[in-house]
Design a protein around this ligand. Structure first.
Ligand code: EAX
Length: 333
């Protein structure tokens, strides 16, 4: 074989290899897909801890085929806006409380009833069991994809006017609530004036005195700096606030079965991390809020609040029946 021929063969082989290498590099660059995940709490919140864990697990399972872009602090709108965004495909995934979810999936309203769950273990047990899985399936019937139940936490009342020790102390206050008819009905039973509002508007509304108070779990009160505009915190724990990681059906339909499995496993990893952070902040966070100057009422007789809001259950069962409520109450969780 002449030297020239050998050289030509060599050159074309090198050219071939480099083209192939270039193609594989560009292919892998093209193949990597960034998944946008929105939520309303800050990038130091319990949801953000969950996004980090979701990202790590999804990148691991997909070998880098998928990566995650977090959009915290309501950058993409309130929870209701973002859920609507999933349905039309303007974002890929959301971590949201169930606050506005009942407007899309009425079956989940049962979870928002006050004092339904007595503690975290019971709530997590129900959501991770058959009842929770049935409700995730219901989410799938409403143009959304329920990836996993996450957690917001037990909600407590804050306000700028006075210490709340009894339902009577709360009467007359204008309190921001989520856009959730179960929560609003419960507050009306205490003669509180519920003012539904998307979370991104809450800090300013409190700062300007448009509302006197709001109610949220410790992690939200702490990491969204609500202590800057609220003087009093009462550990009412009046309702357990589930969170849920939702995906857009448009994203979902484009995934293979294997890829869908990766998303579910990664969402579960995220939920686990969020729950651990909620548990940590449920205790450490109260001390931090005291150090930031909040007056914290801890010795609350919850039975007084439970009795006051009990009549709101009738409104729920009149409209939605008691089947799911009975299942939860009779569960062995
Ligand atoms: O999900 O709107 C609320 O009060 C929620 O707790 C908040 O957006 C975190």
């Amino acid at each position: 074989m002449t030297a020239r021929f050998t050289r030509n063969v060599l050159h074309s082989a090198i050219a071939g290899v480099s083209t192939l290498a270039l193609a594989s590099v560009s292919l892998s660059a093209v193949a990597q897909q960034a998944i946008t995940v929105g939520h309303t709490t800050s990038d130091s919140s319990h949801y953000s801890v969950g996004v980090d864990a979701f990202k790590e697990k999804l990148e691991e399972l997909s070998g880098g085929e998928f990566t995650v872009e977090e959009h915290p602090s309501g950058a993409l709108g309130g929870e209701r806006d973002m859920i609507e965004g999933l349905q039309i495909g303007t974002l890929d995934a959301v971590i949201t409380s169930t606050g506005p979810l009942g407007n899309f999936v009425p079956e989940t309203y049962v979870l928002d009833l006050p004092f339904l769950f007595q503690n975290y273990d019971q709530a997590r047990c129900v959501l991770d069991g058959e009842i929770g899985q049935d409700l995730l399936a219901k989410v799938g019937e409403h143009d959304l994809v329920g990836l996993a139940w996450s957690e917001n936490g037990f909600r407590h009342m804050t306000n700028s006017q006075r210490q709340i020790k009894t339902p009577e102390d709360a009467a007359g206050l204008k309190v921001r609530t989520m856009e959730n008819e179960m929560h609003m009905a419960a507050f009306r039973e205490m003669d509180v004036h519920p003012t539904p509002m998307a979370f991104p508007e809450v800090f300013t509304a409190l700062q300007q005195g448009t509302v006197d108070g709001q109610e949220n779990p410790i992690p939200v009160i702490l990491t969204s700096n609500l202590w800057e505009v609220q003087d009093y915190l009462s550990l009412t724990g009046h309702v357990y606030s589930p969170a849920i990681m939702l995906a857009s059906p448009i994203l979902w339909e484009g995934l293979s079965e294997e890829e869908q499995g990766w998303f579910i496993e990664a969402a579960q990893a995220g939920a686990e991390a969020t729950r651990a952070e909620v548990s940590r902040l449920e205790t450490e966070g109260v001390e931090e809020l005291k150090e930031k100057g909040m007056t914290v009422v801890e010795d609350i007789d919850k039975s007084m609040f439970q009795e006051a809001v009990e009549p709101s259950y009738k409104g729920y069962t009149d409209q939605y029946g008691s089947e799911m409520l009975d299942r939860i109450r009779n569960s062995d969780c």
